[in-house]
Design a protein around this ligand. Structure first.
Ligand code: NDP
Length: 459
């Protein structure tokens, strides 16, 4: 999916952003999603650069948009019929000023260097917001796990790791899952890493519980997104109780967002996949959610099948999920899945809060609508940081060779989401734009990384 960049407006600030974006676009041609992610951040940072001329002098902004390292590699694998396929593998090690590179791997046919640079760039700010010592990175491959046998996925993962292993390590770069990379893939990747290195390291997160994984890691991104939304709602005396909620996606993040909405007394009424969406006005209760989890995680089927099992629900082809009348929207599928028109429709229908489980699911036009209309809008780098935060907690548990209980990890996660929310609110207020979570998240995430880069000299 594509989005257009917002047009530069008049004034000094806009002239600066415009010039910066022109240079960035010329240096990184064709990387639309990366340009989009950078533009949003740079627009927020103008007042910071005015307050901190030392950042300008040290060219922190020019340095922070350039990955420290990007690796591109061949991934050959053989399917069950003996046919050979060649994919493109990547790891973008974006910024290590505050800790080892940390960020997921995405396996999806749409993966290219521009998408991974946008994700890696966002990850730098997100990881900084978590309060944990993690730098930012992202990787992946244009491999499509859909319709592949377990044996094919295993051979592919082994081939992918046969190159990746030499670039990662528990104190260097620690990948995790993302779209198309769940527990099954992390298992195959870890097995191959261990075979090649003869080390049982905390080199990947999202591991199985029997071999170093953390309780609550699978739930963390979805739960964290709902915790963030609950904090935002509370600022206006609201809660999830009795609220109707639209969730997009039906993968890892969407599933646990629905679970937490139910637990907090809300009613999730939609889920989707890349073909279409279901609307269940009675609510996707725990029994129905268990069906979705089995359908998506085990049978690897399509969301359409939901209505055969629960015939009172409706299925629609396409991307109209944001036309459903709801109080809260949680986009949890993919980038640019919610455009300006969708944003207008949501608000017209009474939606008061949007929290992003996915990375950059709202187009710049949609963000502009949310910010302008002053609804509670939690951008992904803040609202979905619970996943990587819990990955950080998995690394801590591995380091001390201990496993924390479910309650303990959930308590840490909840506190981290509260702290991220507070950073966004306090920072936005400090910079004169209370309620602007975009500004709060971008500046809050940037300051710690920028200061650390200054401390570490020109590297
Ligand atoms: P999954 O692969 O588990 O699920 C992805 C979901 O999004 C599926 O329902 C998928 O549908 C749908 N989807 C994927 N691509 C598209 C597309 N082009 N158009 C419409 N729908 C699409 O991934 P996750 O749940 O892990 O990730 C979802 C989002 O959350 C991503 O943006 C990811 O970067 C972000 N995220 C994930 C974290 C994690 O911990 N997993 C952490 C932070 C952010 P289909 O089955 O048809 O492909």
């Amino acid at each position: 999916m594509q989005a257009t960049l917002t047009k530069p407006k008049s004034g000094n600030k806009d002239a600066f952003v415009s010039k910066f974006m022109q240079d960035l676009t010329a240096k990184n041609p064709g990387e639309k999603e990366f340009h989009q992610a950078v533009q949003e951040v740079v627009e927020s940072l103008v007042p910071v650069l005015e307050r901190h001329p030392e950042f300008k002098k040290a060219k922190i902004l020019d340095r922070i948009v350039e990955p420290e390292r990007a690796i591109l590699f061949r991934v050959p694998w053989m399917d069950d019929k003996g046919e050979i396929h060649i994919q493109k593998g990547y790891r973008v090690e974006f910024n290590s000023a505050i800790g080892p590179y940390k960020g997921g791997l995405r396996f999806h046919p749409s993966v290219n260097i521009g998408i991974l640079k946008f994700l890696g760039f966002e990850q730098v700010f997100k990881n900084s917001l978590t309060t944990l010592p993690m730098g930012g990175g992202k990787g992946g491959c244009d491999f499509d796990p859909k319709g592949k046998s377990d044996a094919e996925v295993m051979r592919f993962c082994q081939s992918f790791m046969s190159e990746l292993f030499r670039h990662i390590g528990p104190n260097t770069d620690v990948p995790a899952g993302d779209i198309g990379v769940g527990g099954r893939e992390i298992g195959f990747l870890f097995g191959q890493y261990k075979k090649l290195t003869n080390r049982f390291d905390s080199v990947l997160t999202g591991k199985g519980l029997n071999w170093g994984g953390s309780l609550i890691r699978p739930e963390a991104t979805g739960y964290g997104c709902v915790y963030f939304a609950a904090e935002a709602l509370a600022t206006r005396g609201e809660s999830f109780k009795g609220k109707k909620v639209a969730v997009s996606g039906s993968g890892n993040v969407a599933q646990y967002a629905v679970e937490k909405v139910n637990q907090l007394g809300g009613k999730a009424v939609t889920m989707s996949d890349s073909n279409g969406y279901i609307v269940d006005e009675d609510g996707i209760n725990p029994e129905k959610l268990a069906y979705v989890m089995e359908l998506k995680n085990v049978k690897r089927g399509r969301i359409k099948e939901y209505v055969s099992k629960f015939p009172k629900a409706q299925y629609h082809d396409g991307t109209g999920v944001w036309n459903v009348k709801v109080d809260v929207a949680l986009p949890c599928a993919t980038q640019n899945e919610l455009n300006g028109k969708d944003a207008e429709t949501l608000i017209k229908n009474g939606c008061i809060c949007v929290a992003e489980g996915a990375n950059m699911p709202s187009t710049p036009e949609a963000v502009e609508v949310f910010v302008h209309k002053k609804i509670l809008y939690g951008p992904g780098k803040a609202a979905n940081a619970g996943g990587v935060a819990t990955s950080g907690l998995e690394m801590s548990q591995n380091a001390i060779r201990m496993n924390w209980s479910r309650e303990e990890v959930d308590r840490h996660l909840h506190n981290i989401m509260k702290s991220i929310h507070k950073t966004c609110v306090d920072t936005a207020k400090e910079y004169g734009q209370p309620d602007n979570y975009v500004m709060g998240a971008n500046i809050g995430g940037f300051l710690k990384v920028a200061t650390s880069m200054m401390d570490q000299g020109l590297v």
